[in-house]
Design a protein around this ligand. Structure first.
Ligand code: GLA
Length: 572
């Protein structure tokens, strides 16, 4: 055990890892080759619900798919064309197979049969896009209980048919499935149990067809899905809704055409979507489809909305009609630097690093380039407040960066705003958010070696245990959420998983992608105890193969003078 008093600043990961072998840890891999493991990134696409409600059909989907390509959205990274509720009216044949309306879903090419959903999938694929479909975890679906444009119809869920339906979706060629909760909720089912069963049915459908369905869980945050949804039923990637819908569908020319999207509701969905400890290694909180481009959000509000989704690393699913996007909306949806923040390879979520009276907030997202953070300055002071414009400052130390000069970039314009020592201040209008990239020098990292029970492990063989514990003490300047990277190896062809419990909080399941012989790195965020208190992170793999966790690295700002007890191992 050693106390950290190291003055090391901004060392590249590779240098730190060389340091590990210097203090005697057997390094099972070629450290120089170690890089961040590739994880599934948040999905990007479009969903039919917000603008078409139950009126979705083949023509709507063909037009939207074409528009995704014609607008340049596909080139910008959007891929999924997701058919939401209303595509099927709950009818099954005697064998229980889903029966589809042949008029709504006709043949689209010679030799095709009307009423076969593989027609539309083939069309979507022919444009280089991916196709999504929708069902409910219960017997009935949302169309039964609140049919929106209607009519209401029973039996539009998959309960009792999980095996058959998910196999059917995979056979039709779909790439993505959203599973709603209206029926499950009505029947008082346990979402953690039902969605695990569905995940396993999806796994079996993949084993039999070779076709993987991306899993989108939609139970609106009920029973805290962030505590059970990551890696549920063994899925390698998934998203889970964290709140209700931002808006009820606004369908042009219908009785619902007068509905309006609300900026406040969007902000509230953003808040409810923040669960940084659960978002990692390919598993994402989903604050709902975006309402960008829908009536009556202004261009400024659309941009703030995009900034919020990007910094939280949320799925980017557009709800607006793609055939009617204004140039300004399109520019907001496709800005490459903003999309890159959302799609950053670490897959982390923003954490709030400062909050000042009057609703002034600073959010920070760790990015994959060392020393780089996405930062959001958000002014959410209430409409009645007398001050409309406020300065908001971001301090490098709150970002875990060194106090040295850092460059600030406006990702929306690409403009370099200059180099600043210690902090940057901008004035932010009420109801607006300023998105920034800050490029500085990483603060220090603290290496923490594994323990078995109360013993620090020094033998390479015993490092590969079914349960490993890491202990360290919070420093006075630690933020509540710590950014931690994990050095590990997994020689398999598919991810291994481990369950992480931090300080007795709810566990989260972490995926460790294959690393070959080179070893790899994944990133997580953990909610720490207060200054001076001990933190215990324990990884367990009760069944199956455990990843070989070699050490974890705690990222801290430079002002942290040490604060280590327990099994801290600091490279010299
Ligand atoms: C729920 C979901 C929405 C949409 C509708 C369809 O409300 O949260 O995203 O799928 O059902 O009815």
């Amino acid at each position: 055990m050693s106390k950290t008093g190291c003055k090391m600043t901004a060392l590249a990961i590779g240098v730190v890892l060389i340091g590990i072998s210097a203090i005697g840890y057997a390094a099972p891999i070629a450290e120089g080759a170690r890089g961040t493991a590739a994880i599934p990134l948040p999905p990007m696409g479009w969903s039919s619900w917000n603008s078409f409600s139950n009126s979705v059909d083949s023509k709507v989907i063909v037009d939207q798919a074409k528009a995704m390509v014609a607008t340049g959205m596909h080139k910008a990274g959007y891929r999924y064309i997701n058919i939401d509720e209303g595509w099927w009216l709950g009818k099954r044949d005697e064998q229980g197979n889903i029966v589809v309306d042949p008029k709504a879903w006709p043949a689209l090419a010679a030799g095709e049969r009307a009423g076969d959903m593989s027609n539309i999938v083939r069309y979507i694929h022919s444009l280089g896009l991916k196709a999504g479909i929708y069902t409910d975890a219960g017997r009935d679906g949302c169309g039964t209980f609140s049919p929106d444009l209607g009519p209401g119809y029973p039996g539009e869920g998959s309960e009792g048919h999980y095996e058959q339906d998910f196999l059917q979706f995979a056979r039709w060629g779909f790439d993505y499935v959203k599973v709603d909760w209206c029926g499950g909720n009505k029947e008082n089912l346990d979402p953690a149990v039902q969605y695990a069963e569905i995940a396993r049915a999806i796994g079996r459908a993949e084993a039999s067809t070779g076709h993987r369905l991306y899993f989108s869980i939609c139970n609106w945050g009920k029973q805290s899905p962030w505590t059970w949804a990551p890696n549920i039923g063994g899925v390698e990637a998934d998203i889970w809704r964290t709140s209700g819908d931002i808006v009820a569908p606004i369908v042009a020319g219908s009785k619902n055409a007068g509905r309006r999207a609300s900026f406040q509701k969007m902000l509230s969905n953003f808040d409810q979507g923040i669960h940084p400890e659960a978002q990692h290694t390919g598993f994402y909180n989903d604050p709902d489809m975006m309402v960008i481009g829908m009536p009556d959000l202004t261009d400024t509000e659309n941009r703030a909305h995009m900034s919020l989704w990007a910094i939280s690393g949320a799925p980017l699913l557009v709800g607006a009609d793609l055939t009617k996007l204004s140039d300004a909306t399109l520019a907001t949806l496709t800005n490459p630097a903003v999309l890159a923040i959302d799609q950053d390879a670490l897959g982390l979520q923003a954490v709030k690093v400062r909050e000042e009276a009057g609703g002034l907030e600073v959010w920070s997202k760790q990015l994959s380039k060392p020393g780089e953070r996405a930062v959001l300055l958000l002014n959410r002071s209430d409409a009645g407040a007398s001050i409309v414009v406020s300065p908001i400052a971001v301090f490098w130390k709150d970002l875990g960066l060194s106090e040295a000069s850092a460059t600030v970039i406006d990702p929306w314009t690409g403009k370099d705003l200059g180099a600043f020592d210690g902090h940057y201040t901008a004035t932010v209008q009420r109801g607006d958010a300023i998105l920034l990239i800050v490029r500085g020098a990483e603060g220090k990292m603290t290496r923490i070696g594994p323990m078995l029970g109360n013993k620090a492990i020094r033998e390479r063989s015993s490092v590969f245990a079914r349960e490993q514990t890491f202990r360290f003490t919070s420093a006075a300047c630690d933020q509540p959420y710590a950014q931690i990277h994990i050095a590990y190896s997994n020689p398999d062809a598919s991810p291994r998983t481990a369950e992480l419990r931090t300080n007795g909080q709810d566990a989260t399941r972490i995926a460790f992608p294959p690393t070959g012989t080179a070893g790899g790195i994944i990133w997580i965020q953990a909610l720490l105890n207060g200054a001076g208190q001990e933190n215990v992170l324990s990884f367990s793999t009760p069944n199956g193969s455990n990843p070989h966790i070699e050490s974890i690295f705690l990222h801290r700002n430079e002002a942290c003078g040490g604060g280590g007890r327990g099994n801290l191992q600091q490279p010299q």
